[in-house]
Design a protein around this ligand. Structure first.
Ligand SMILES: *Cc1c(COP(=O)(O)O)cnc(C)c1O
Length: 387
């Protein structure tokens, strides 16, 4: 019997080590890890540069309070700002925290300019932003909020990629429009460039802030550092987490100078947020993702992977309904039972994870090798052939 609570339906599988795109189970088997701890292990497992950064920082200083300057965090914030729309950064520890901070910043911004009633956040129905109270009610998902009332108010919802529905839900009290640039958990649903451009225009016209949750699709996962870059739109606030830590818990909120001015001393904080251990890791991830050719390679591998998956779909239309994705955030929408399909992949030593809408989510490390993609394709093809 386990003393862990039963809030996860855990697979009967555990691992003793990982290397690159592979995980080695405690019972001695080798698995191709194409879920990367859910878009976390950006550089795979046991990356020597990450190990070195963590070990050398561990010998210096682990943690100091945010009441002091943290030079490693100054460096990471500068790197993030120089490479993105952002002017300012707040560090936290997870995606949910980053989203909570983003919501606080949007509200506080309008408060600070004398419009405290402009405080409602407009989100996508059945989205995912993490498991804190505010974020579950932001999601508008019955499943995630059931039994967790009273409801956290202040959130409105529109239909995915539906401009009409969005426009209808905007009121004079709408402070921010808040959604994932490319939706992961909700079934790998990618907004078109046209939609993103249109939303930006509406935000400009109605003086609404645009918050793009890039917790899952950011940090190179989409093939660009941020998925919004494809549409050439500028958000006002971007929460990140997952990939920026490469396996170490980090979250952050990126924002423009205009918005950041409202976050005066005392408005937000986090004990661990931005501690030296986390910051040295984030710095390595940034340096690697921005190495010449890294993101180009993600895009090349994406085109290859998606086109081969499309061929498999064409051969097994009774198994696969649709291939979805952007970069190395890939979904296979099934016609067959999702749990069963994922189990079969696992039996064949390929690890994946489910998403909503009967979708298998595939998230290899961003430095995955072509031959590893080929191996995954072979396994997916084999499993499809068994239906
Ligand atoms: C994972 C995820 C979160 C929550 O991140 P945690 O680190 O689990 O709190 C929020 N938003 C999106 C889009 C995510 O994928």
């Amino acid at each position: 019997m386990s003393y862990l609570a039963e809030n996860y339906k855990r697979r009967n599988l555990s691992f003793k080590k990982g290397k690159g795109s592979y995980l080695f189970s405690t019972d001695g088997k080798k698995y191709l890890d194409f879920l990367s701890g859910i878009a976390v292990n950006t550089l795979g497992h046991s990356n020597p540069k990450l190990i070195n950064a963590l070990n050398s920082q561990a010998k210096k200083v682990w943690h100091v309070s945010n009441s002091f300057k943290i030079p490693e965090g100054e460096v990471l914030a500068k790197k993030l700002a120089k490479k993105t729309f952002a002017d300012k950064v707040i560090f936290v520890n997870s995606g949910a925290e980053a989203n909570e901070a983003a919501i606080k910043i949007a509200r506080r911004y309008f408060y600070s300019i004398g419009a405290p009633n402009k405080n409602r956040i407009l989100c996508i129905k059945n989205s995912f932003h993490g498991r804190t109270l505010a974020n579950i009610f932001a999601s508008g998902s019955k499943k995630m909020t059931e039994g967790f009332g009273p409801k956290v108010s202040g959130f409105d919802h529109f239909k995915f990629s539906d401009i009409k529905s969005l426009k209808k839900k905007i009121t004079k009290n709408t402070a921010a429009i808040f959604f994932e640039t490319a939706m992961g958990e909700s079934g790998i649903k990618v907004h078109t460039k046209k939609f993103l451009k249109e939303v930006r225009k509406i935000c400009n016209k109605k003086k609404i802030l645009l918050i793009l949750d890039e917790v899952q699709c950011g940090i190179g996962r989409s093939g660009k550092f941020f998925a919004y870059e494809y549409a050439k739109v500028k958000p006002d606030i971007v929460p990140i987490a997952k990939g920026i830590g490469g396996g170490f818990p980090i979250g952050a909120v990126l924002m423009t100078k205009k918005v950041s001015k409202c976050m005066v001393p005392g408005t937000h904080g986090s004990t661990y947020g931005g501690n030296p251990l986390a910051m040295v890791i984030g710095n390595v991830i940034m340096d690697e993702v921005f190495k010449k050719g890294f993101l180009v390679n993600v895009r090349k591998n994406s085109i290859y992977f998606l086109s081969k998956l499309q061929s498999i779909r064409n051969n097994y239309p009774h198994v696969i309904k649709e291939i979805r994705g952007i970069g190395l955030l890939i979904g296979i929408k099934l016609k067959v039972d999702l749990g069963n399909f994922i189990n079969k992949l696992t039996e064949n030593k390929l690890l994946t994870i489910k998403a909503s809408e009967n979708v298998v989510r595939i998230l290899p490390p961003l430095n995955v090798k072509r031959k590893e993609i080929d191996l995954a394709l072979k396994i997916i093809n084999k499993v499809c052939s068994e239906y």
